[in-house]
Write a new protein. Structure first.
Ligand code: FAD
Length: 498
């Protein structure tokens, strides 16, 4: 195999984790090269599809002004940004992962979250306050909730543009259309990667390797093998290039498999969306306003507690619930109390939507749904829901719950009885997989015995041990940035130590 390049640090991938690793390694004095299986047009992996929300621990607005440059005095005066302490963040991670997440790694990520967002800002990433998404009026004042006031300007694509502009400025080159296919090693350490470049197998020799090339969400065979039946039929919300190649390479090199391999982040996604993410529509296929309505399956039955928790803490497991229903689809049903409050993603053209003046008529328009089953569900639900006129407020768990239903709706329960009605068809969209490899808090990849494999680092979706069962929104980019930056620093320091 001929040698294509020789470099200090090779970074596999060009998404958030990879870009942060490349910039941090370069900052620490290493010569860095990035490779991506994708073309330049498709660079940035899932990060390019992301909404750009980044969960961060902060003590108050003074911390946020270190990240968000454009907050005006008036906004600061008229807004309650609240706090989201490190222990709030940890409690959310622990609770949604059913207390399984790796506490040392999670504490490390949370402890570094604010500093890393400030570092990103220093690299040219612009943040804004997520007023439109994460704040609502409470007692006349805009009030943030849920630890998500920071969003990248331009979303994930804006993040990638900013990081790549900075990388280019720092002389970091990228080879596109160049998938990594294996790790090179000698007796003592990892010595580079083999890649396919212009149809030929080549070596890129490096003193350290950072794998940041995603999970296996875009690989139908691996989805079925690890997640189970019907996952081959899920829609992929993002890039087609995250096929598990990095995980396979790491495992082949002796990395310890770690985390929740039989689970993934997946959410309610437009039924007729394309097989992979659409670079124009992006996240607008997602349908996350279900707390203000009900979801029914082909039998016309509800199958989840739509108001179990804040949407940011339930959406990542509801795709799985939809996939478990007959026909792998569901309809989300809303009445006039909810329709004006539906998110902008319910206003795009690429929708499977029906409308009707009455529930009876709606029941015949929702394709695949048993009308009698649906009518029985709605009668039972509407009887059990408190007839309260309080408006829906996403930022407050209002405690208005159904009474007497076997499957309750625990918050935001109101009768769905004010026509005309709307219903939206959804299936499961997979975002990323939870299984990965075990790393130290220095992003070194561990072998089965717990010893770091010399010269091998990883970050982003490839890291195991962060997410089990579920995921708090905005955490993927934060984990990727913190551990990507750490991986880059550790790789550079490893190179300097050789
Ligand atoms: C629609 C959508 C919305 C989202 N919104 C948010 C959000 O608002 N906030 C949030 O925190 N998270 C969000 N996420 C999740 C977030 O995007 C991911 O957690 C994060 O981007 C993963 O970053 P990464 O660097 O690990 O992987 P990616 O960004 O996916 O990068 C992986 C890279 O590896 C490359 N690659 C794959 N295989 C190879 C190979 N063999 N050789 C070379 N290169 C390879 C890919 O082409 C890609 O460049 C969203 C995801 C989606 C799909």
């Amino acid at each position: 195999m001929s040698v294509l390049e020789t470099i200090d640090v090779i970074v596999v991938g060009t998404g958030n984790a990879a870009s942060c690793a490349a910039l941090a390694a370069s900052e620490a004095g290493a010569a860095v090269l990035m490779v991506d299986a994708a073309s330049e047009d498709d660079r940035g992996g899932n990060t390019s599809y992301a909404g750009g929300q980044m969960r961060v621990a902060f003590e108050g607005v003074d911390d946020l002004t270190k990240v968000i440059a454009d907050l005006t005095d008036e906004e600061i005066r008229n807004t309650d940004f609240g706090t989201y302490t490190a222990s709030d963040f940890f409690e959310d991670m622990a609770r949604v992962t059913q207390y399984r997440c790796h506490s040392e790694l999670v504490e490390y990520v949370i402890g570094q979250s604010l500093d890393t967002l400030v570092w990103l800002r220093g690299k040219g990433v612009r943040f804004e306050a997520a007023f439109g998404r994460q704040a609502s009026k409470v007692n006349g004042r805009m009030t943030f909730w849920g630890g998500l006031p920071c969003i990248v300007w331009g979303g994930g694509a804006g993040l990638i543009d900013a990081l790549h502009a900075r990388a280019a400025k720092e002389g970091i080159r990228t080879l596109y259309d160049t998938p990594a296919v294996g790790l090179l090693r000698d007796a003592s350490r990892i010595t580079g990667v083999s890649v396919l470049h212009k149809g030929e197998l080549k070596e890129i020799r490096a003193k350290a390797v950072v794998l940041a090339c995603g999970g296996f969400e875009a690989n139908a065979e691996m989805r079925t093998r690890y997640l189970g039946p019907n996952w081959d039929l899920a829609k992929v919300r993002g890039t087609r290039f995250n096929t598990g190649a990095g995980l396979r390479m790491a495992l082949d090199a002796g990395a310890r498999s770690y985390g929740h391999w039989s689970c993934a982040h997946s959410s309610c996604w437009e039924l007729n969306a394309p097989e992979y993410g659409d670079p124009v529509v992006k996240g607008a296929y997602q349908k996350h306003s279900y707390p203000f309505g009900v979801m029914v399956n082909a039998d016309g039955n509800r199958f989840v507690d739509e108001g179990a928790d804040f949407q940011t803490l339930t959406y990542a497991r509801f795709g799985r619930e939809v996939l478990a229903q007959p026909g792998l689809f569901a309809w989300q049903v809303f009445d006039q109390r909810a329709i004006p409050l539906l998110r902008e993603t319910y206003r795009i053209r690429q929708l499977t939507k029906v409308q009707a003046p009455t529930l009876e008529e709606l029941s015949h328009r929702m394709e695949g749904v048993n009308p009698a089953g649906f009518m029985k569900t709605m009668e039972d639900f509407n009887r059990a829901a408190p007839d309260d006129d309080a408006p829906y407020v996403a930022s407050i768990k209002d405690g208005l719950a159904t009474r007497g239903l076997t499957l309750p709706k625990s918050n935001w329960a109101r009768p769905v009885d004010r026509g005309p009605f709307e219903a939206y068809a959804v299936t499961a969209g997979i975002t990323f997989t939870f299984g990965g490899v075990k790393i130290t808090t220095a992003a070194e990849v561990e072998d089965d015995g717990g010893t770091p494999i010399p010269g091998l680092f990883t970050a982003g979706e490839m890291v195991g041990g962060l997410f089990y069962h579920n995921y708090p929104s905005g955490t993927g980019l934060t984990c990727g940035a913190v551990l990507g930056r750490t991986a880059g620093r550790s790789a550079a320091s490893f190179v300097h130590g050789l």
